[in-house]
Design a protein around this ligand. Structure first.
Ligand SMILES: Cc1cc2nc3c(=O)[nH]c(=O)nc-3n(C[C@H](O)[C@H](O)[C@H](O)COP(=O)(O)OP(=O)(O)OC[C@H]3O[C@@H](n4cnc5c(N)ncnc54)[C@H](O)[C@@H]3O)c2cc1C
Length: 380
C-alpha cells in the first residue's frame, strides 16, 4: 500500500521534467530571435520567473546551460528511480491507528501447552511492529475480539513483538469463559481482530530498589514480558527482581518457552533476579523446572519475607535502631514495589480486593498485614 501511495504521488508527471521539456521547446523557438540582445518577441508571452523558473532574463548562456542540465538530471533521475520497483525507497511511516480501533490479522500458529492452556502466535498488525524495539519498556497488552459474540478480553504478548513480527501469547481456557474458549477453537491461518497497545504497568528505570512480582496461573504473562524486555536485557540495572509464581499443579506450570530462560537467567544472575515457583500440591516431577525452585503450598507471608532480596541482611541491633532519626530511616528505607496478577481470589488473599470500577482499592491481604502501602503495591 505504501508503495502504491508513493507511486501515485510521485510519478514522472514530475514538474521538473515538464518544465525542462517546455524550457527546451521555448528556448529552441527563441533561438531564431535575437533573444539575447533584443526584448522578447511581442507574440511570445513575457517570460515569467514564477511560471518559468529556468528562464532568467539577462542570464549568461553558460549559466542557463548549467541550470538546464541540472534540471534535466533531476527530472531524469526522478523518472527512472520512481519507475524501478527494485529501488529501495525509505518507507513512509505507518498511519496512526487508534488503540480503540480493531485491525484484522491472523493466527500464525497454535500449540497445546497444558491441560487448559495454549501458546498462540498472532501476526502483529503493522502499527504494532515498532513495539519490538522496547523503547518504551512498559508492560503492554492488546485486546482480542471474539467475533462471534462481539466481546473482547486483554492478552499480553510474552515478548512484545518478535523479530518476525509475531506476538506469542499464553492463553487459558476457562470452562465457561467466552474469549479463551473461542481462541482455543481457532486454527492457524484464521482471522483474528486485535486492538492496542494498552499500557498495563509503566516500568521506570532506577525508581525502585526491588520489584517483587507475584502471579498465579496465566497471570504470569505481564511479568514474562517484563522479564523478556527489561530484566534479561539490562543486567546492569540497579533494580533487583523477584518472581513468586503459583500454579495449582506442576502440569499447569508455564511451558518451557516461558520458564526455561527465567531459570537460566536466575542461576546466572542471582543478585539480579530470583525465581520461586509454588504449586498447591505436588504431582510428580517437572522436567523444565529444577526441584529446588519448587515449593509446595500457597504463597504465604513467610514465603514472601523469605524471598525478598534483603531477607538475608542482618537485622539492626535495638540500639542502632533507636539511635537512628526518622529522616535517616526514611533515607535508608528500600524503595519496593509489589506487582500482583492472577485470579481474583489470589489477588484478594495477597493484596486485598480491587476497589469500585476496577480501581486499585486499599492494600489488604498479606501485603496489607505486612504494612505495605498503596504506593508500594499494584494490582495488574
Ligand atoms: C491487562 C490484562 C492482560 C491479560 N493477559 C492475559 C494473558 O496473557 N493470558 C490469559 O490467559 N489471560 C490474560 N488476561 C485475562 C483475560 O483477559 C481474560 O480475563 C480471561 O482469558 C478470561 O476471559 P474469558 O472470556 O475466557 O472468560 P470470561 O467469560 O471472562 O469468564 C471468566 C471466568 O468467569 C467464569 N464464568 C463465566 N461465565 C460465568 C457464569 N455465568 N457463572 C459463573 N462463572 C462464570 C468462567 O468460568 C471463568 O472462570 C489478561 C487480563 C488483563 C486485564
Amino acid at each position: 500500500m505504501w508503495r502504491a501511495l508513493a507511486r501515485s504521488s510521485g510519478r514522472p508527471c514530475s514538474p521538473s521534467l515538464r518544465a525542462w521539456k517546455s524550457t527546451k521547446k521555448t528556448l529552441k523557438s527563441r533561438a531564431t530571435h535575437p533573444l539575447f540582445e533584443s526584448p522578447p518577441h511581442p507574440e511570445l508571452p513575457p517570460p515569467s520567473h514564477e511560471h518559468f523558473p529556468l528562464y532568467q532574463p539577462g542570464e549568461p548562456i553558460r549559466g542557463r546551460i548549467v541550470r538546464i542540465a541540472t534540471a534535466f538530471a533531476a527530472g531524469f533521475s526522478i523518472y527512472f528511480f520512481l519507475e524501478d520497483p527494485n529501488v529501495i525507497r525509505p518507507l513512509l511511516p505507518p498511519p496512526k491507528v487508534s488503540p480503540s480501533q480493531y485491525v484484522p490479522t491472523r493466527l500464525a500458529s497454535t500449540e497445546t501447552s497444558g491441560p487448559d492452556t495454549k501458546l498462540l502466535k498472532i501476526v502483529a498488525p503493522p502499527h504494532l511492529r515498532h513495539l519490538k524495539s522496547a523503547d518504551d519498556a512498559s508492560i503492554w497488552s492488546v485486546y482480542i475480539k471474539d467475533d462471534d459474540i462481539q466481546v473482547e478480553r486483554a492478552y499480553t504478548p510474552l515478548n512484545g513483538v518478535d523479530d518476525n513480527g509475531d506476538m506469542l501469547f499464553w492463553i487459558k481456557k476457562y470452562p465457561k469463559g467466552e474469549v479463551g474458549r473461542w481462541l482455543h477453537s481457532k486454527s492457524a491461518g484464521e482471522r483474528i481482530e486485535v486492538r492496542g497497545p494498552l499500557t498495563t504497568w509503566s516500568w521506570k528505570e532506577d525508581l525502585w530498589d526491588e520489584v517483587v512480582m507475584i502471579s498465579g496461573g496465566t497471570g504470569v504473562t505481564p511479568f514474562v514480558q517484563l522479564f523478556n524486555n527489561v530484566i534479561s536485557k539490562s543486567p546492569s540495572s540497579k533494580t533487583r527482581f523477584t518472581l513468586l509464581h503459583s500454579s495449582r499443579i506442576l502440569a499447569e506450570l508455564p511451558p518451557p518457552v516461558i520458564i526455561e530462560p527465567m531459570v537460566e537467567f536466575a542461576s546466572q544472575n542471582p543478585d539480579k533476579f530470583r525465581l520461586h515457583i509454588f504449586v498447591d500440591e505436588s504431582d510428580g516431577s517437572n522436567a523444565h523446572v529444577p526441584n529446588e525452585s519448587i515449593n509446595t503450598g500457597r504463597i504465604s507471608e513467610a514465603s514472601i519475607k523469605q524471598c525478598l532480596h534483603g531477607s538475608e541482611e542482618q537485622p539492626k541491633s535495638w540500639w542502632a535502631k533507636s539511635s537512628s532519626t526518622i529522616s535517616s530511616q526514611e533515607e535508608t528505607k528500600s524503595r519496593i514495589m509489589f506487582l500482583v496478577c492472577g485470579p481474583e481470589p489470589m489477588i484478594d488473599a495477597i493484596a486485598g480486593p480491587y476497589g469500585r470500577n476496577l480501581s486499585q482499592g486499599t492494600v489488604a491481604g498479606i501485603l496489607g498485614k505486612m504494612g505495605y502501602q498503596s504506593n508500594e503495591v499494584y494490582k495488574l
